[in-house]
Design a protein around this ligand. Structure first.
Ligand code: SAH
Ligand code: SF4
Ligand code: F3S
Length: 490
């Protein structure tokens, strides 16, 4: 594994090796030398800042990027006043793009004060040729651009970038190889994401992800299990299995026949792991076998994120989701029958081209029937190159805004009622951090992912403790640590 490689023993005067990951370790060692020179020149460590936009997939990629920077000898900072700033971008909706362009203006002002500063962009946005063109044309102060398929090359690209005064651009169309044996620097010592598959083949008609993340590729189960065992040895208690469509895990593995349900069962056997989550499930591939695996595995959290997108069968067909309203409702029913205490959450898009008031009412109907614990609601965003972008009858924005507000109100009302369900019960909480707003409080998550704030100190961080949920506040709870002693007092 990576931590057995001693970078100082690598001969950096030799030619770089061609094979991976050896090549990247060679460049990490090269960059380390650059870092030493920087330190001599400036009498301080070089600071590196990674800002992550978008989903869990990007968050996990950023941990890998941070791991490489750390091996190179860079010190990590949250502040963009740094010597190396890397934006790991998202392009799922236009506002994600606009945020990045907005931030770039600010980075330019910082670079004027620190001319040695290097600015890099990576992630999903960079997979769009149009975006790279715009960066080259308008944002010439950017030093490095790379995509989603070659994040493992960060050390090599950084080295290229400090050696050249031109913008380095390296974006791959597809991933013919994924290099996994590289360092990672986890944000939390007690929980971690684990990629079980990359890419997406579903081509929902509104969505840009299949274009920027490439074809669906599952990782061999042995590799995944070995990674989780290693994480458990490192003290990780909760893992989140990541993929755009985890329910189709294993479909394109040539060496083995394994489905997602079986993978869950195997992860459930790993000692030290106490909680298993996964993201995201596509309703069309959610099998009875998976429901049974969830029910049987005590470590799998009683939470399922099941994106609905729309409640209208007509719109679902146009979205290429490949299920109907009725099939979705029946699926939700089967899941609830198997696990009555399960918490269901969802994603909904409002204003897909051609959506009528009737279609929207069908969405509201599903929301009222399923009664989600929470729902992420999005206004449809036109993504160039997707089939939906070329559809006629895009919905006028005032109508969309009105529907969005009505939906949000409904969703919030239902979630605050659903949240009341667990008040006065005692539940296990994985404590994540000190509470930012209230001194003497810590915050953690329930199995269903809801937040709980309760009086406690930082020694609890990373522990799973029983907490009585005293008060429901809509999307979170106020609790108190439970012990037999305080039960006797009350
Ligand atoms: N693979 C996941 C979703 C990844 S994108 C799944 O299929 O569930 C996360 C969410 O962003 C989607 O569920 C969808 O609700 C939303 N989304 C994707 N493309 C969008 C677009 N063009 N406009 C608005 N919302 C979008
Ligand atoms: Fe996008 Fe659909 Fe793939 Fe999810 S399943 S990433 S919404 S194309
Ligand atoms: Fe965004 Fe890419 Fe995730 S587009 S939602 S960061 S896969």
């Amino acid at each position: 594994m990576y931590n057995e490689i001693d970078l100082d023993k690598i001969d950096i005067s030799a030619e770089p090796p061609m094979e991976e990951p050896a090549r990247q370790y060679y460049f990490m060692a090269k960059c380390r030398e650059w870092v030493r020179e920087f330190e001599q020149r400036n009498k301080r460590h070089p600071l590196a800042c990674i800002q992550t936009f978008g989903c869990q997939m990007n968050a996990r990629d950023s941990e890998k990027l941070r791991g490489i920077l750390q091996q190179m000898g860079m010190e990590s900072t949250e502040s963009e006043t740094a010597d190396f700033v890397l934006y790991n971008t998202c392009t799922v909706r236009d506002n994600a793009n606009q945020k990045v362009y907005g931030h770039l203006g600010y980075l330019q002002t910082l670079k004027k004060k620190n001319p040695e500063m290097k600015i890099a962009l990576c992630g999903c946005m960079m997979q769009e040729p149009k975006v790279v063109e715009r960066i080259q044309k308008t944002y010439g102060f950017v030093d490095l651009v790379f995509g989603t398929h070659n994040i493992f090359k960060l050390a090599e690209l950084f080295f290229q970038c400090v050696a050249s005064s031109n913008m380095v651009v390296d974006v791959w169309d597809s991933a013919d190889k994924s290099v996994e044996q590289l360092p990672t620097e986890r944000k939390y010592f007690f929980k971690s994401g684990v990629n079980i598959m990359y890419g997406c083949d579903n081509f929902c008609s509104y969505c840009i992800v299949p274009y920027v993340r490439g074809r669906e590729r599952s990782r061999p189960s042995k590799e995944i299990l070995a990674e989780i065992e290693k994480l458990a040895e490192d003290g990780v208690k909760e893992v989140m299995l990541l993929g755009q469509n985890v329910n189709s895990y294993g479909k394109n593995l040539s060496q083995e026949t394994i489905h997602f349900g079986e993978l869950l069962r195997q992860v459930n056997e790993i000692k030290g792991i106490r909680r298993i989550r996964f993201m995201t499930s596509h309703p069309k591939d959610l099998s009875d076998d998976l429901i049974a695996a969830m029910r049987d595995c005590e470590k799998v959290c009683r939470h399922l994120h099941l994106p609905l997108q729309s409640g209208s069968s007509r719109i679902l067909k146009l979205m290429n989701r490949r299920y109907t309203k009725e099939q979705y409702l029946m699926l939700a029913e089967r899941i609830r029958q198997a696990m009555p205490d399960i918490s269901l959450t969802t994603d909904i898009i409002v204003g897909f081209p051609g959506e009528t008031e009737e279609d929207f009412l069908e969405t509201l109907d599903v929301v009222r029937k399923v009664r989600y614990d929470s729902a992420f609601t999005f206004i449809y965003s036109k993504r160039t190159g997707t089939p939906a972008a070329a559809m006629e009858n895009q919905v006028p924005s005032e109508l969309v805004k009105d529907r969005f507000d009505r939906l949000l109100k409904e969703v919030q009302q239902i979630s605050s009622q659903v949240c009341m369900r667990d008040v006065k019960t005692v539940q296990e909480v994985l404590v994540e951090s000190e509470n930012d707003h209230q001194k003497g409080y810590v915050s953690g998550r329930l199995g269903n992912n809801l937040l709980v704030h309760f009086p406690g100190d930082t020694s609890l961080i990373g522990q799973i403790v029983p907490v009585e949920l005293v008060e429901a506040k809509g999307f979170y709870y106020i609790g108190r640590q439970w012990s037999e002693r305080n039960e006797k007092i009350t």
